[in-house]
Design a protein around this ligand. Structure first.
Ligand code: NAD
Ligand code: DAU
Length: 336
């Protein structure tokens, strides 16, 4: 049993990871999250009273707050999810992306070194590799060529982790994953936005020609990969994870409409995202060969399951859309 400090555990992937650790291992979990617009404690209501769980509201870019969290909890392992994660927001204003993704990662590396953390897992993204043409895959050797302020800030954080390994001999691993989908994803990202709009009979905005390709992975398959990299990864190594499920956006949107029982007349072609990456595709053979990892969900099964979750948990996303989810912290923990 280890004490694991998870950053960003109130977000989409982080909350699925916290749940996996609490229900599927005997590790203690300390969730450090600033509760930005993307942080939602309602993602964790089923496990928030677990005896091996603690929550700390804190900003990873604040060295004083992080010093206090590390001093109090003395984690053995850090799994770092916290980030500004939405590309469109980074196009509008990159300030928070640089602060959280770059500066925040360095603060966590510094505190991890000072407090003797034995393993640091940095959760990164395939977007650091840039964009692909119609052929080929990203491997761990693909040069870093980020195109958006979001991916540039993630690439910056990857390089800081690399430097911590090289300079301070820290035991860090970097995971890079393709597009996740599944329960508790904030309905600003493609799949949950399209499901929620389809369920409400609202227009589905498709950027550009809708032919951009993403490699979709069900969120618990990603979480499983992170757990394996945490347990068996080699210090200084990078591990790619992908879902083996490349799909054009338009195909994804039409599948959602079909499964929700709505017509394609809801599709609206809108102005393209500036600098829109055309295609991502991951080669995960290193993770398969060295960690024994494999994704368990096909895209069809994962999408069906995800739609069922959004249908059954309508109050969850309605409270996100209305903003009511942001009152939950005050109700549970009192005003700061
Ligand atoms: P998310 O936006 O759903 O959640 C981010 C979480 O980080 C939120 O709980 C937020 O409150 C918290 N946070 C933000 N700024 C913070 C700060 N300064 N201090 C403390 N907490 C802060 O993100 P997600 O989609 O769950 O992604 C999690 C991680 O996985 C990110 O690092 C992202 O780059 C990476 N990733 C995401 C995907 C994807 O498809 N969503 C794919 C590959 C990698
Ligand atoms: O590849 C991993 C990355 O996947 C993560 O690192 C990011 O955190 C995550 O947000 C995601 O980035 P994308 O930009 O690929 O995801 P998003 O859901 O925003 O968009 C997916 C595709 O759908 C992309 O080609 C843009 C398009 N899109 C998106 C939205 C929100 C639309 O056509 N319409 C939309 O309304």
């Amino acid at each position: 049993m280890s004490k694991i400090l998870v950053t960003g555990g109130a977000g989409f992937i982080g909350s699925n990871f916290v749940r996996m650790l609490l229900l599927g291992s005997d590790h203690e979990v300390v969730n450090v999250d600033a509760l930005t617009y993307a942080g939602n404690l309602e993602n964790l209501t089923d496990v928030e009273r677990h005896q091996r769980y603690a929550f700390v509201r804190g900003d990873i870019a604040d060295p004083v707050a992080m010093d206090a969290a590390f001093a109090e909890h003395r984690p053995e392992i850090v799994v770092h999810f916290a980030a500004e994660s939405h590309v469109d927001r980074s196009v509008l204003d990159a300030t928070a992306f640089v602060r959280t993704n770059v500066q925040g990662t360095q603060v966590l590396l510094d505190k991890s070194r000072i407090y003797g953390v034995r393993r640091f897992v940095h959760v990164s993204t395939d977007e650091v590799y840039g964009s692909l043409g119609p052929w080929g895959y990203f491997t761990e050797e693909t040069p870093i060529q980020p195109n958006s302020p979001y991916s540039a800030s993630k690439a910056g954080s990857d390089l800081l982790v690399r430097a911590a390994v090289h300079t301070h001999h820290m035991d860090c691993v970097i995971t890079r994953c393709s597009n996740n989908y599944g329960p508790y994803q904030f309905p600003e990202k493609l799949i949950p936005l399209m499901i929620a709009n389809a369920l409400e009979g609202k227009p589905l905005p498709v950027y550009g020609d809708g032919r951009n390709v993403r490699d979709w992975i069900y969120v618990t398959d990603h979480c499983e990969g992170i757990r394996m990299a945490m347990e068996h990864g080699k210090a200084g190594e990078v591990y790619n994870f992908g879902g083996d499920a490349e799909r054009e956006n338009l195909f994804v949107v039409k599948e959602i409409l079909k499964l929700v029982g709505k017509g394609e007349d809801l599709i609206r072609y809108v102005k393209d995202r500036p600098g829109h990456d055309r295609r991502y595709a991951m080669d995960s053979s290193k993770a398969r060969a060295t960690l024994g990892w494999t994704p368990r969900h096909t895209f069809e099964a994962g999408l069906q399951r995800t739609i069922e979750w959004y249908v059954q948990n309508r109050p969850w996303w309605e409270r996100v859309r209305s903003g009511a989810y942001q009152d939950y912290y005050a109700q549970q923990y009192g005003r700061r």
